[in-house]
Ligand binder design. Structure first.
Ligand code: ASP
Ligand code: MG
Length: 502
């Protein structure tokens, strides 16, 4: 038995749903259970409607409701033909009138609670799953629509509810397993669930992947397939570097690191229920039926390339904090960290020397009040338009020469490095450059670390090989053996040494 999840873009239109039916049909023999998201953008629209209604703009919210209604009926009509669409229409209408009543209620009380928000957002997946189930049936697939709220049990932390696995397992055994034994294809909306008492909840935005992982774990699936609109996880962003290729296999930790540093395909934390049970997760392209995609497992076989992937996260600020004269050094660091704590700021990379400290964080999350507070302690210079480039690979620790070749490659591309971090997680090397330098640096690094088949780049010359690519063996500035887990990033001078920069 396998779980197949299709995201918003995979069910955004009749044409897309048509493709989904074909993909599921191709897996018919493997007893698929299907999870779908709301049609693309619908959840965002529901959020907006909630805000409008609860701030008194009920008419505007109802106009959006009308557009939503038309889109769903239109899609159903295109997929189902007149007769079948006419039998589905009242079921959709029942949901729309429920939604309309709710919006009017919001406008009356002028308040949208987290509990209300979960109820509101549940409509996206309810509507899409009803349409997809009928589209399957019309195409000869023996689909059975299942109400996710009767199967996925969570606690009551609305908007980010936590699954209760034991109860979920029981419910799935009762509601879903019998359908599978009858050779039916259970089909349900992702993202939505309910408490044991039946109060609707959601698993947090983007939560359909989470639903798929929870179901996979609860039903002891052989594998979980996450169908998206890209060719799996890539060695880097193909928009930055057309030579990017699909990563065939990746470990859960590597995938998590990539997501944190900018890869947007999926949120690996949501896969944890499956990973804990050793169920492999595949990320596949719904626009390409033959896609083999990326396999994510708890442990992945070593890659033949040094790294698994390179990501870039833009929109970063560096904040340099230099102690004013006369401040005790240990007191200085403590005060800076306390200030960060008071503002609940989480930083990405930190570099510390005796009297100065630099940290990075997303510019949009940098609180002005934090800067004001730090200015009382020190000289503070924030610099925006920076980016973090991160190279991820589980096999890099304990191997000499890797950092040196990363920084040599960046130096060769003529890009200046502002900050470096290596070792904190053992599976990544990350550094900060100016945002505008990202394409150049990433392209160079990708060319160096992911050479096209049969070619490996050593320094500036390309050498033909007939086996696996060789790695350059330049010594690193410090032995990794004695420096397995530095608490903070390397200093600027170590960086210059390593990069051989002038
Ligand atoms: N529809 C939900 C969202 O947009 C869940 C999902 O798509 O995964 O957040
Ligand atoms: Mg998603």
């Amino acid at each position: 038995m396998i779980v197949m999840k299709f995201g918003g873009t995979s069910v955004e239109s009749a044409e897309a749903i048509e493709r989904v039916a074909k993909i599921v049909a191709s897996r018919g023999k493997r007893s698929p259970v299907v999870v779908v998201s709301a049609m693309a953008k619908v959840t965002d629209q529901l959020v907006a409607m909630g805000q409008q209604a609860s701030s008194g703009n009920c008419e505007v919210a109802l106009e959006s409701l009308q557009a939503l209604r038309q889109r769903h009926h239109l899609t159903a009509g295109e997929l189902l033909g007149k007769k079948r669409a006419a039998t589905l229409a009242p079921k959709l209408e029942a949901r729309f009138s429920e939604l309309e009543n709710f919006l009017r209620g919001l406008a009356a009380v002028r308040e949208l609670t987290p509990r209300g928000s979960d109820f509101l957002l549940s409509f996206g997946e309810l509507l899409s799953s009803l349409i997809v189930a009928d589209a399957f049936i019309v195409r000869g697939l023996n689909a059975a629509w299942v109400d996710s709220r009767e199967c996925l049990v969570t606690d009551a932390s609305h908007t980010r509810a936590v699954p209760q696995m034991a109860e979920t397992r029981e419910r799935c055994a009762k509601k879903i397993a019998p359908l599978i034994s009858r050779k039916q294809i259970p089909l349900m909306g992702g993202f939505i669930a309910a408490t044991a008492q039946g109060v609707p909840t959601t698993l947090g935005r983007g939560g359909s992947d989470y639903s798929a992982a929870i179901l996979g774990a609860a039903l002891d699936a052989e594998s979980i397939e996450i169908w998206t609109d890209v060719e799996g996880m890539m060695t880097t962003d193909p928009r930055l570097c057309p030579a990017a290729k699909t990563i065939k296999q990746i470990s859960f930790n590597e995938a998590a690191e990539l997501a944190y540093f900018g890869a947007k395909v999926l949120h690996p934390a949501t896969l944890l229920p499956a990973i804990h049970q050793n169920i492999p997760v595949y990320v596949l392209n719904s626009r390409n039926l033959k896609s083999t995609g990326t396999e994510i497992t708890a442990q992945a076989p070593p890659s033949k390339d040094t790294f698994r992937a390179i990501t870039a996260k833009t929109g970063i600020s560096i904040v340099n904090v230099v102690a004013s004269r006369g401040i005790m050094v240990h007191g200085f660091l403590r005060s800076v960290f306390e200030a960060l704590d008071r503002h609940s700021t989480s930083v990405d990379i930190v570099a510390i020397s005796e009297v100065s400290m630099s940290f990075t964080m997303e510019t949009r999350r940098l609180p002005k009040a934090l800067l004001t507070e730090l200015e009382e302690l020190a000289d503070v210079t924030p610099e925006d338009k920076q980016a973090i480039i991160c190279l991820v690979g589980e096999d890099i620790h304990g191997k000499p020469g890797i950092a040196a070749s990363v920084f040599n490659t960046v130096a060769e591309s003529g890009v200046n490095i502002r900050m470096i971090s290596q070792g904190a997680s053992e599976i990544n090397i990350s550094f900060v450059v100016q945002e505008s330098d990202v394409p150049k640096a990433v392209r160079h690094l990708h060319e160096h670390f992911f050479p096209a088949a049969g070619q490996v780049k050593l320094g500036r010359t390309k050498v033909k090989t007939n086996g696996s690519p060789r790695r350059s063996q330049a010594p690193e500035s410090k032995s990794r053996q004695t420096e397995r887990k530095p608490l903070v990033a390397k200093s600027k001078s170590a960086e210059r040494k390593a990069a051989g920069a002038s």
